[in-house]
Design a protein around this ligand. Sequence first.
Ligand code: NAD
Length: 246
Amino acid sequence: MTEMSNYEQLAAHLAEARYPVFFTGAGASTESGLPDFRSRQGLWTKNPARIASVENLERDPEGFYQYYKERRSHRKEYHPNRVHTILAKWEQQGKVGMIITQNVDGLHQAAGSQNVAELHGTMSNIRCHQCGKVYDWELYDLRNCPECGGLLRPNVVLFGEALPQREYLKAHWGTEQADLFVVIGSSLVVYPAAGFVERAAQRGVKVAIINDEPTALDHLAEWLFHYEKAGDVMEKVDGHLQRMLL
Ligand code: NAD
């Protein structure tokens, strides 16, 4: 009998899993044209930690406002890629318990995924930095909250801020339910987010890491898919899974 490939093994575990959890990072969206942070083509050269920070919002509200207005203006150019569409299809087939994402681009939902914990918030709306009220982007031009006068800012987690409690608790719950945990496109160096991968492994759940370069938590993985695009890996696993689900 021939040995099963890693793609086939992952598909077989997915076919059997009751509550598979997928943990996605910026690398899940690079095939949509959105740059990630830490790979060679990443955004770090533009120093997002300095721009996307509470300190910058409070020190230079005008620069902060212009940066996000510009980022928002490009939003319609980005569309879900194979990673997003395959995950949305798997959810319909009962093969995604939850997606925990570090991304703020909304592409999982744009592809049709329903159960998504957005750990680092979302670029889909804005909120008041002072009172926390959430508004549509159209109001961003006002710059200040109509209710309390506080600064309006994207509803994302800035450097120097805690994770949104509701999303954190949701991701925590999902990780406690997980019987398979699949990482897609994350360097796994950002905490507390990467802590969910550690927690899943600690519970004895099998972990797969799909990332084109080694990650900080490779030692926890049962299966590693490196040096290959996430979309290619997902298509191969999907090919096996669809045959198994017949
Ligand atoms: P990261 O940049 O630290 O790591 C991304 C990883 O994905 C890298 O190791 C890279 O080699 C890999 N990768 C890139 N393209 C890939 C592909 N096609 N196939 C397989 N692997 C690929 O990103 P992170 O771990 O998500 O942490 C970065 C932080 O940046 C997060 O907090 C996130 O909120 C934020 N961020 C979000 C977006 C977005 O919403 N799309 C984009 C950039 C940064």
